[in-house]
Design a protein around this ligand. Structure first.
Ligand code: NAD
Ligand code: IPM
Ligand code: MN
Length: 350
């Protein structure tokens, strides 16, 4: 194995701030394992790049990104009130474009209540579950449109695209993950009482794939009920599989339950090996706290650990996890953090 060839996209707001710490921890973890330092290529994408060039992510850059082993991503997007960049432009033309073009079928989002991290739930029990969110379909496919825009008769549609192929591969990934876990339990979350077309496709695929995993027990929850149980009994969950939009919403809730959005990591996994996977915190660019040096980089650091694990550097990944546990155990609940100090403290514990 040679050195890891990483692409880094810091992006907007706190994205570059937290990604810098994640990268420093990743390099230190590799060094601690006696492994070669990763080679790093930074891609300055985001609002400034768009303003300067009129391009969000062009074909050449996308091509260059394809050739890396993995991508560390911070966040893109501007504050909701920003008038210089249209809302959703960077999200769709950078982040979602990468997820779709690099075929990130699985959006893997684990929630573990680390020792020392503080959940807002008074007695949450043992919180350790993973949301396997479908990554390239659903309402995110961008189908839809509008008639009579801007008039009193305006009609807008957003169409959810669900293919048997796309659903099967994420469901299979989720079952395999449940199979590999101690509890071997999978919860399928949808809303097939209302979204009958997509819901029934998902349901059929879940039943079909379940037959290949006899050791895994599985149950079903409508998404609204799932939010209740995630708050009242989060310990009941092991692996959750769900569609792209439900997965987006459930994983911000999961982040809150698991001690805060500043701790929630994710991986966009290309399951066929045709393009690099991409690792990013669940949170966004947090314009409200950008530039102040107070964003928690732990989610970005844990995302880098997921990258290491994915790239076969399990020992380095485990080392990062242990360092994060030790760091969180000594953090005072609710205290304000310094981005740089957290990164430095975690790196020092490697
Ligand atoms: P957000 O996740 O950026 O922020 C939500 C809240 O969480 C804010 O109060 C913020 O201060 C806080 N927060 C987020 N990350 C934190 C951290 N590391 N440490 C401490 N506090 C943190 O979500 P939003 O406000 O809805 O979106 C802001 C922008 O980010 C929008 O343009 C949105 O589209 C974009 N966004 C991008 C991504 C991404 O690129 N992956 C993800 C989500 C949102
Ligand atoms: C996330 C974000 C993105 C999503 C947005 C910014 C497109 O909220 O990664 O959770 O909805 O997937
Ligand atoms: Mn989200």
């Amino acid at each position: 194995e040679g050195s890891i060839d990483l692409a880094v996209i810091g992006g907007d707001g706190i994205g570059p701030e937290v990604t810098a710490q994640a990268l420093a921890v990743l390099q230190a973890a590799l060094a601690a394992e006696g492994e070669a330092e990763a080679t790093v290529t930074e891609y300055p994408l985001g609002a400034d790049h768009w303003k300067a060039t009129g391009e969000a992510l062009n074909a050449e850059t996308l091509d260059a990104l394809r050739r890396h082993d993995a991508i560390l991503f911070g966040a893109v997007g501007v504050a909701p009130g920003d008038t210089e960049v249209p809302s959703g432009l960077l999200e769709r033309q950078v982040l979602l474009k990468l997820r779709f073009e690099l075929d990130h079928a699985v959006n893997l989002r684990p929630t573990t209540l680390y020792p020392g991290a503080v959940s807002p739930l008074s007695a949450p029990g043992e919180v350790d579950f993973t949301v396997v969110r479908e990554g390239t379909e659903g309402p995110y496919a961008g189908n839809g449109g509008q008639l009579r825009g801007g008039t009193e008769q305006q009609i807008a549609t957003e169409v959810s695209v669900n293919t048997a192929y796309g659903v099967e591969r994420v469901v299979r990934y989720a079952f395999a993950r449940a199979q590999a876990s101690d509890r071997k339990k999978l919860t399928f979350v949808h809303k097939h009482n209302v979204l009958v077309h997509a819901g029934h496709l998902w349901k059929r695929v879940v039943e079909q794939v379940a037959a290949d995993f006899p050791e895994v027990t599985h149950d079903y929850l409508h998404v609204d009920a799932a939010t209740i149980l995630m708050v009242t009994d989060p310990a009941r969950f092991d692996v959750i599989v769900t569609d792209n939009l439900f997965g987006d919403i459930l994983t911000d809730l999961a982040a809150a339950i698991g001690g805060g959005i500043g701790l929630a990591a994710s991986g966009n996994i290309n399951v066929s090996g045709t393009a690099p996977s991409m690792f990013e915190p669940v949170h966004g660019s947090a314009p409200d706290i950008a530039g102040q040096g107070i964003a928690d980089p732990t989610a970005a650091v844990l995302s880098a650990a997921m990258a290491l694990e994915h790239l076969g550097r399990g020992a380095a990944a485990e080392r990062v996890h242990r360092a994060v546990w030790a760091h969180l155990a000594e953090r005072t609940a609710g205290e304000k953090v310094s981005t740089e100090a957290v990164g430095r403290d975690i790196a020092a514990r490697l």
